[in-house]
Design a protein around this ligand. Structure first.
Ligand code: FAD
Length: 342
C-alpha cells in the first residue's frame, strides 16, 4: 500500500428516513478541524434512497464535497450493502482519515469496512488530533477501565479510521448557503443477490429516558446512600423539571435501571445544567458528562475529583442541601408562575 496516495478527511453520514444523525454533523465539525490542519478537503459519504437533497445541509456544516450513492437498495442500513458501497468508494478515492459515529450502525459499518479494505480502526474515541508533519491521525480513547487515555495510531495502512462517540465533538454553526461539490456514484449490487432482507423496522418504544437530549440532569452518586437519599434527588429533579441520572454504583445498588447510567459504559450527556450529588468524579463517570455547559457539584469531600470539572462546587452534605434547594426552588418557581399569570 502506498499511503502517500491517500488524501482527504471523510465522514460517514448517518441518516434515517432522510434525517441526518446529529453525530454526523458533530463529526463534520471535528473533521473540518483535521482537514484544515492537513490542508485537504472534508468529504461526507452519504448512502440511502433519495438522500441527495441532504447535501446542502452537509455543505453548510463544513463539508467541501459529498460522495452520494442514491439507490433503493440502500434504503435501510445493511452491513452487506453499505460495506460494499463504502469499500468501493475508499478503493477508488483513497481518503487518509475516515470518521464514523459510534452508534450501532456506525460501529457495525466501520468494523466491516476496516476488514473490507484491510486497515485499522480505533473504536469509541473521545479525542481526535493530528501530527501534521507525519500526517498521522491521533485517536484517543479511555483504556484499562478508564484509568488511562490511550492514543492509537495506524501507521502502515490507510484510511486511518475511528468511531467517535455522539455528543463528544461539537458541530459547527451552519454557514447558510455554503456550497460544495456533489459526486454521484453507483452501487454494483443487485437486490436478488443479497443474503439479508429487511422485512420490518420495529421502532424501540420501550425507552423511557432520554438523557442525551435533556437540558437539565440531576445525577445521584453513591453519596445518596439508600432509597431515602435517592428520593431527595428525584424530588429535586421533579421540582426543577430535570431528568434523573446516576453513576454506575447507584445503578448497581439497584436504585435505577441501566439506561440511566452516565459515563463510559452508559450515556454521554451534554445538558445545559448538570447537578452532581454525592459523586466522586471518577474518570469513567466524568467522560460521560464533562461537556455539560454548567456543572454544579455537591460533595462532603473538598478534595473530590468532581470539583475539578465543576463550574460551581459546594462542599457540604447533600442530606442538608437538597431539602433546602427543594424548598427554595418550590417558592421561586411558584413566584415565577405568579408573575406570568399576573
Ligand atoms: P464513589 O466514588 O463512592 O463516590 C461517592 C461520593 O459521595 C464521594 O466522593 C463522597 O465524598 C460523597 N459523599 C458521601 N456522602 C455524602 C453526602 N452526605 N453528601 C455529599 N457527598 C457525599 N461509573 C459511572 O458512573 N459510569 C460508567 O459508565 C462507569 N463505567 C465504568 C467502566 C469500567 C470498566 C469501570 C472499571 C468502572 C466504571 N465506572 C463507571 C465506575 C467508576 O469507576 C466509579 O466507581 C463510579 O463512578 C463511582 O461512583 P460514585 O461517584 O457514585 O461513588
Amino acid at each position: 500500500m502506498n499511503i502517500e496516495e491517500y488524501q482527504g478527511v471523510w465522514v460517514s453520514i448517518e441518516q434515517r428516513d432522510g434525517e441526518i444523525a446529529n453525530v454526523s454533523l458533530e463529526l463534520l465539525g471535528a473533521g473540518r478541524d483535521l482537514a484544515d490542519k492537513l490542508g485537504v478537503e472534508l468529504c461526507g459519504v452519504l448512502l440511502g434512497d433519495n438522500v441527495k437533497p441532504l447535501c446542502p445541509t452537509l455543505f453548510e456544516y463544513g463539508a467541501d464535497k459529498v460522495y452520494v450513492i442514491d439507490d433503493p437498495i440502500l434504503k435501510n442500513y445493511r452491513t452487506e450493502t453499505h460495506m460494499v458501497a463504502v469499500g468501493d468508494l475508499v478503493r477508488k478515492y483513497k481518503p487518509e482519515i475516515f470518521l464514523y459515529g459510534a452508534t450501532s450502525n456506525g460501529k457495525d459499518l466501520a468494523s466491516a469496512v476496516a476488514t473490507e479494505v484491510m486497515t485499522g480502526l480505533t473504536a469509541d474515541t473521545t479525542i481526535l488530533d493530528i501530527d501534521v508533519e507525519k500526517r498521522l491521525f491521533e485517536a484517543s480513547r479511555p483504556a484499562f477501565g478508564g484509568n488511562i487515555m490511550a492514543t492509537i495510531l495506524c501507521k502502515k495502512h490507510r484510511p486511518q479510521m475511528a468511531t467517535v462517540r455522539p455528543k463528544v465533538m461539537k458541530a459547527l454553526e451552519p454557514e447558510r448557503g455554503r456550497q460544495g461539490t456533489i459526486v454521484e456514484e453507483k452501487i454494483q449490487l443487485k437486490e436478488e443477490n443479497l443474503r439479508t432482507k429487511v422485512l420490518e423496522i420495529v421502532k424501540d418504544a420501550g425507552k423511557k429516558v432520554n438523557l442525551e437530549d435533556a437540558d437539565i440532569i440531576v445525577a445521584a452518586g453513591k453519596g445518596v446512600r439508600d432509597e431515602k437519599g435517592f428520593q431527595l434527588v428525584c424530588d429535586f429533579a421533579k421540582v426543577i423539571g430535570a431528568e434523573v441520572g446516576a453513576t454506575r454504583d447507584v445503578i448497581e445498588a439497584g436504585l435505577l435501571s441501566h439506561e440511566y447510567q452516565i459515563g463510559q459504559t452508559g450515556e454521554t450527556v451534554t445538558p445545559k445544567l448538570y447537578f452532581a450529588f454525592g459523586i466522586s468524579g471518577a474518570i469513567q463517570h466524568v467522560v460521560g458528562m464533562k461537556n455539560s455547559e454548567t456543572i454544579i457539584a455537591v460533595n462532603t469531600d473538598p478534595n473530590a475529583q468532581i470539583f475539578e470539572v465543576a463550574t460551581y462546587g459546594i462542599v457540604g452534605d447533600l442530606f442538608e442541601i437538597l431539602p433546602l434547594l427543594i424548598e427554595e426552588f418550590k417558592v421561586a418557581l411558584k413566584e415565577e408562575v405568579g408573575v406570568v399569570h399576573a
